[in-house]
Design a protein around this ligand. Structure first.
Ligand code: ADP
Ligand code: MG
Length: 271
């Protein structure tokens, strides 16, 4: 055993669970000097590998800023952000899904996925099989020949999710991906994302302003205060991750209780 083994941080040595994301005293400011505005922080947060973390809070509290820091699109003004132990670089360590899918509208569904697989470095010969797997997983088999402008908003968001999964990153980041969809489509996609996360075991950070969505998806929920966003509540979600139908889960007393608790915390934190 080397000396570095002995000095491993106790939380890592103790649980044996790898850390996917770690934020230490993170503060983020926009603008310069007297015009500057603190959007986030200070925030300390550790996300173990495999966790489905939901960040919830009122509009403007800094959720997207936090997610962009984890994606490496922004550097923190103070503190440090680590993804699997390293400084995050855009496009490298995480698949990202935005509220409005950023697809190539004139390309087919197949073309959008293939492009993602190419960027992800998947060999040309392996792409058709991987594409079929991804399309199956997000429920798009059958529309792969359509152009993006010919499919529905829900289907577009499915393409965006498939694309984010294409790179086989261990980390998936989603920023209010279902906010613009109708209620029925939103519920279906929530069910699919929950299953995809459970099946792939990927670490997921999901941003929403909906307490309902947070409780349905999360294995852990962080409620943020109004800006500058800080952690107001850190809540484990003890609901079963598999083996219970979505409808039964949504209708359960435990679900209702948690939703009420999160909803109350979001309102209190925003006041
Ligand atoms: P949320 O996603 O929770 O709605 P954001 O992270 O988008 O919040 O924004 C947090 C705060 O930072 C808001 O007050 C917003 O106006 C401000 N903000 C976000 N992006 C920028 C930017 N690029 N420049 C200046 N202010 C910004
Ligand atoms: Mg946002």
């Amino acid at each position: 055993m080397t000396s570095s083994d002995v000095s491993a941080p106790p939380e890592e040595a103790g649980t044996g669970q790898a850390e996917a994301v770690r934020l230490d005293r993170v503060v983020h400011r926009y603008g310069l000097g007297g015009e500057s505005f603190t959007a986030v922080g200070p925030v300390d947060l550790t996300v173990p590998a495999g966790e489905f973390l939901v960040l919830v809070g009122a509009s403007g509290c800094g959720k997207s800023t936090l997610l962009r820091l984890v994606a490496g699109f922004e550097r923190p003004t103070r503190g440090s952000v680590r993804v699997h132990g390293a400084e995050p670089r855009p496009g490298a360590g995480a698949g990202v899904v935005f509220q409005t899918p950023r697809l190539f509208p004139w390309r087919t569904v197949r073309g959008n996925i293939d492009l993602a697989l190419r960027y992800a470095g998947v060999e040309r010969a392996r792409r058709p099989e991987r594409r079929r797997e991804l399309l199956d997983r997000v429920g798009l088999a059958g529309v792969e020949g359509r152009r993006v402008w010919e499919i529905s908003g829900g289907q577009r968001q499915r393409v965006a999710i498939a694309r984010a999964l294409a790179a086989e990153n261990p980390l998936l980041l989603l920023d209010e991906p279902f906010a613009a969809l109708d209620a029925l489509t939103r519920e279906r996609l929530q069910e699919d994302v929950r299953q995809v996360a459970a099946r792939t075991g990927r670490t997921t950070v999901f941003v929403t302003h909906s307490a309902e969505e947070a409780v349905f998806l999360g294995s852990r929920i962080i409620v943020l205060t109004r800006s500058p966003g800080t952690v107001a509540l850190d809540l484990p979600v003890p609901l079963p991750r598999a083996g219970v139908g979505a409808e039964d889960l949504r209708n359960s007393a435990e679900f209702a209780e948690l939703r009420a608790r999160v909803s109350h915390a979001v309102k209190a934190a925003a006041a």
